[in-house]
Ligand binder design. Structure first.
Ligand code: SF4
Length: 346
């Protein structure tokens, strides 16, 4: 890593904090100037914001805080209630991990969040980024949380040409150069805001950027090429048939997924196993597509007509009571498609 002058880092920090004081986003989980940050709110928001936009998270955060104002309320809630309210946020394992995390903090830390990154990282569902974010924002620990936004800002600020993902370690090391006892929480949030509102992935607003004069990428006219990215391999594709049962009482046949793995413990329309190749039947079936983090799934819909043998691992859920159950987006998509009379092929 080239030598970076401490005065450069201090000036840039100062400039960014000044901008943040005026232009930082006012978000419901952030403390106002002079207020002590609430670790529970910081944790809740940071977990919700993983892979999810701020606009989507705000109403969920507000509802969670209304239903469970404190960590202890949250730990005392039932997982099923949490999963029902979580519906639509995706990446459902987060809800399960959060519940386990809250129970662990109640039992092992007397209901108080630990303050240090190492301790935070031992809690369920808290990885290095979230641990650093909680430590910096809630407890003013001098660490810099590094997510995709911060990696992008570092790549541009220092014009780092090594492509992602290989450059992650180098970029994260650059970010840590800014770690400082002075307002670490505000600095972390200032970097987040810079990445989200100014140094945006496609159309960075360099002319409005508070650290423009420090930015080597801008000075070299390389901003739109940074960060460099290694070509991505094509996304894996998977296929399955979904079996749609509906009875005369207008109830749909669902089953609960295993307690471990993808969409753990949530309800699904029963499917065949998810395979890498299209079943031969696919050309005649209505198809529903859904993207998971690491692969795309295409489901072919099979309407099961009576007489049939109802699967022993399934149970009936009235269509007008679906809201009361933890249904992932995939299950909702399949039910909506199945109930839509248009394009019904099978
Ligand atoms: S000058 Fe442009 S590229 Fe550099 S940090 Fe600011 S917005 Fe990002």
């Amino acid at each position: 890593m080239p030598i970076i002058q401490p005065s450069f880092l201090l000036h840039l920090r100062h400039q960014l904090l000044q901008w943040y004081d005026v232009a930082g986003r006012r978000l419901p989980w952030r403390s106002q100037p002079g207020e002590i940050p609430d670790p529970y709110s910081v944790w809740l928001s940071e977990i919700m914001l993983q892979q999810t936009t701020v606009a989507t998270v705000i109403p969920y955060f507000q509802k969670f805080k209304r239903l469970w104002p404190t960590l202890i309320d949250f730990a005392d809630a039932s997982l099923e209630d949490i999963q029902v309210v979580w519906q639509g946020l995706g990446y459902y394992a987060r809800a399960r991990h959060m519940h386990r995390c809250a129970i662990t903090i109640r039992q092992e830390y007397k209901g108080l969040f630990p303050q240090h990154v190492d301790h935070l990282q031992r809690l369920p569902g808290i990885g290095p980024y979230t641990a650093a974010a909680i430590a910096a924002i809630a407890f003013n620990q001098p660490v810099v949380p590094v997510d995709g936004n911060v990696l992008r800002v570092m790549a541009r600020l220092f014009a780092i040409k090594e492509p992602l993902p290989h450059a992650k370690v180098q970029l994260a090391a650059h970010a840590q150069l800014f770690a400082n006892e002075e307002r670490p929480g505000d600095f972390a949030q200032a970097l987040m805001d810079l990445g989200a509102t100014i140094c945006k992935p496609r159309h960075p607003l360099c002319s409005m950027c508070p650290v423009h004069t420090f930015c080597q990428g801008a000075q070299m006219g390389q901003v739109h090429n940074l960060p460099f990215k290694a070509p991505r391999p094509p996304r894996p594709q998977k296929y399955a048939e979904a079996y749609f049962f509906v009875n005369e009482q207008q109830a749909v046949g669902l089953r609960r997924r295993p307690e471990k793995g993808l969409l753990a413990g949530l309800l699904e329309v029963p499917t065949s196993s998810w395979e890498d190749h299209k079943p031969a039947s696919f050309s005649t079936l209505k198809q529903i597509r859904h993207s998971f983090t690491h692969f795309d799934l295409t489901v072919g819909l099979v309407y099961i007509q009576p007489p049939y043998i109802f699967p022993t691992d399934c149970f009936w859920v009235p269509l007008n009571r679906l809201e009361q159950y933890p249904l992932p987006v995939l299950t909702r998509k399949i039910i909506e498609a199945a109930l839509s009379p248009l394009n019904k092929k099978a």
